[in-house]
Design a protein around this ligand. Sequence first.
Ligand code: AGP
Length: 608
Amino acid sequence: MCGIVGYIGGKNASQIIFEGLTLLEYRGYDSAGIAISAEGKIDIRRSAGKLANLSSLLGKKPLLGNTGIGHTRWATHGKPSEENAHPHSDAEETIVLVHNGIIENYADIKRQLIKEGYSFKSETDTEAAVNLIKKHYRGNLFEAVQTAIKEIRGSYAFAILSKDEPDKIVCARKDAPLIIGIGEGENFIASDIPALLSHSKKMIFLEDGDIAEIKIDGVKIENSGSFVEREIKTIHWDAVSAQKNGYKHFMLKEIFEQPRAIEDTIRGRIDIEKNEVYIDECSLSADFIKNISHIYIAACGTAYYSALIAKFLFENFCRIPTDADIASEFRYRNPIFNGNTLSIFISQSGETADTLAALKTAKAANCPSLAVCNAVGSTISRQSDNVFYTHCGPEIGVASTKAFTGQLAALYILSLYFASKRKTLPQEKFSQYLKELWSIPLKMGEFLKKSDGIAKIAKTFSNKRDFLYLGRHINYPIALEGALKLKEISYIHAEGYPAGEMKHGPIALIDENMPIVAIMPNSFIYEKTLSNIEEAKARGAQIIAVVSEGGSLVKEKTDYQIFIPQTDEFFSPILSVLPLQLLAYHISVALGCDVDQPRNLAKSVTVE
Ligand code: AGP
């Protein structure tokens, strides 16, 4: 998820673009750049790090002109650095481009263009696009983009300049947002509303397949070979609420971004037609994978709960004995490494000190390491032998939501890839699991669309001081995660427990003041969990049950039911966590807590 801004008009383009980028910094902040087209050439300024670095560069070497594009980056391909920062250009700087999205076939495009003599300076997928447009450029940028787009697979929002056509900006979008702001004798483009609001409230939201040519005095849009008219909408948001896309908190926005975050993480990595899984960015050989005899996974907090779920996946899909450890404990327990051990480290930020220390423990034992991270170029990703990035975009809310389900998506992909190399799953089962994973973003979206009732349940229970979350098997880690969500944003004590363990002590706690959240989607152990719930109900507890659609039995035996779409039980955690995120969120709001920045917490715990 990156931020794009563009301007064409009579004012100082660089200043307008920079201000717009600062309002989009929540979309990415690991590097930034601006390009201005004037007097037959295009000047570019780029810097690694936050926008403040670009600002000081512009102070030393200002950009003058009235047409330009800018970008603030959230890296997906290529580490955060100046050479990977956008805008990117062809070698002659004829064409300059900024991009938000993921070009799935960039490696093929880049290979072919190198053969044809085009040179590359960066590790990005974006540079393949700018050189492909240059290849097709015959003096008309709009036509060159129309031709090049046909060869690009993946998601993109492009803003493009040509030094020979300084009176226009060309844009294109597919599966990544791009908006045109309509001004008086000037026009604007941006990835998101906040960057436009101070200039214009009249906006055109480009649609997938749109290619637009923006000039001072007008906009033309083409889609599938014909020119189209797009509605000009008037937006009345203020800049802050617009950064949250109209949601009250970043956490709520990020909960609803999960279908897209999973889609982006899966994109280009599984093919349900060919029954294939691709992890090109990892250099784990098939031989190494076939010979893995043990996996350690170390992580903290929510990431540790995704590690507990991964244990089920690696043991059931790949038949590899797997230990999931709390990172701060792992480093002190003198773990045993043999030649065929793989160590995995899961971290959204890639900067968690305890997880980094655990990684160092594995490296000291010469154990091959694999990081699952959301932040490209983060310390843990750089210090691991291999890294598998989730593509969730920046997670601003301290409570992790889309990064957690992104980790689960990554772990499904990795475990299915390992299973395909170790041939530990029957082909039919493998194919079924791939299709199930592919269907998850849609099922998440279906659930989220019908989740309004959870706020009402939350209001009923917001005065309680203790909760018990119960789950079994692969949903026990979800009980832990649900309890953590509630604790960290509402400050209510909550405990996740294996449902079968309740009778060995915690049942003494249960009465009408201790609500129970039971995570019990369809599963081979559903009846067993139901009987645990009956024991709790008999002692006066109020039960909130997370169950699969179609589950009837549960209505008589529980007080509140939240239904999630049917799925294979190994995939149920990525859906059963959603109601728990929303339950915690709405209880926190009902209590007036600081949802996005809860007390005592930090987004990345870089101290041990
Ligand atoms: C989760 O909601 C918390 N914010 C916290 O437990 C977090 O998951 C943990 O600190 C690990 O962070 P990381 O994924 O960035 O390593």
